[in-house]
Ligand binder design. Structure first.
Ligand code: F6R
Length: 261
């Protein structure tokens, strides 16, 4: 796991955007795994800026989102299909239909989840997966207790996650759906490169567990310790529980420029 400590979310966004632009340079039809929520916004802002400046194109790329609430109407502004469209897809040049997400209104949920896994497989798998982390240690919506071998399926959100996400629903916890469809931890581990962004003091405990804690379903993000190419971008506020912060800083400073992340 490569740990990069950055001063603030914008710096994390720039490092991740560099990696995505480098990937698209060498593989214009790359498959991106797209997270929603607050964490990736600085990445999407930076990519939209670079796109406007003519520095990157998504015209041949494809994307898969991580998860979706169950039961939100298709036109609900907080359905993750609409969120990813607003936050990222509509700001760059993906062709229509190039970004998919699981259908939270599917009648046959198991068939939908199996089909989503198959669609990722048909696309050749995810080249670079952007991730955030929940305050309870979830990645995608794999809440504590999730099987480390899980695939796309329906899950129940914890009370903590619903409280954390109430800010997107006018502060009303009751308006946050209870169920979601989410890629599993094993699905995420198959991405060729995962880039997780964690910013803010409220993420410090989860970040400490993710990077330096034991691998455990109690903190699902810890499964990334098994990934051969995981990059974790952590801002100063989220890094306060790390025991080896000086080592991570020193290692990144000494990294050769050509290497990228
Ligand atoms: C969203 C997702 C979640 C979020 C996590 C952190 O697609 O998969 O795991 O990344 O809940 O959310 P923010 O970034 O809003 O703090």
């Amino acid at each position: 796991m490569e740990v990069i400590l950055v001063p603030d979310p914008a710096a994390a966004g720039a490092v991740a955007a560099d990696a995505i632009c480098a990937l698209l340079d060498r593989k214009p039809d790359a498959v991106l795994g797209l997270a929603t929520g607050g964490s990736p916004l600085a990445i999407y802002d930076e990519l939209a800026r670079r796109h406007r400046a003519g520095r990157v194109s998504f015209a041949a790329a494809r994307g898969f989102t991580l998860d979706e609430y169950v039961g939100l109407p298709a036109d609900h502004p907080e359905s993750y299909r609409n969120v990813i469209d607003r936050d990222f897809v509509s700001r760059v040049d993906f062709p229509p239909g190039a970004v998919q997400g699981p259908d939270g209104l599917a009648v046959d949920v198991e068939a939908e989840c199996a089909e989503y896994e198959a669609a990722i497989g048909r696309a050749g798998g995810v080249d670079l997966q952007i991730l955030g982390i929940g305050t309870d240690g979830h990645i995608a919506f794999n809440e504590p207790g999730s099987s480390l071998a899980s695939r796309t399926r329906i899950k129940s959100l914890t009370r903590q996650t619903r409280m954390d996400n109430a800010r997107f629903f006018g502060g009303d916890v009751a308006a946050v759906p209870v169920h979601c469809l989410t890629q599993g931890l094993a699905t995420i581990l198959e991405a060729r490169h995962v880039v997780l962004v964690a910013t803010g003091a409220h993420k410090a405990e989860a970040v400490g567990q993710l990077i330096e804690g034991p691998i455990s379903a109690r903190w699902p993000a810890t499964v990334l310790q098994l990934h051969p190419r995981a990059t974790v971008l952590v801002d100063d506020d989220a890094a306060t529980r790390l025991e080896l912060g000086d080592y991570y800083r020193q290692t990144y400073r000494a990294k050769p420029d050509w290497q990228g992340i």
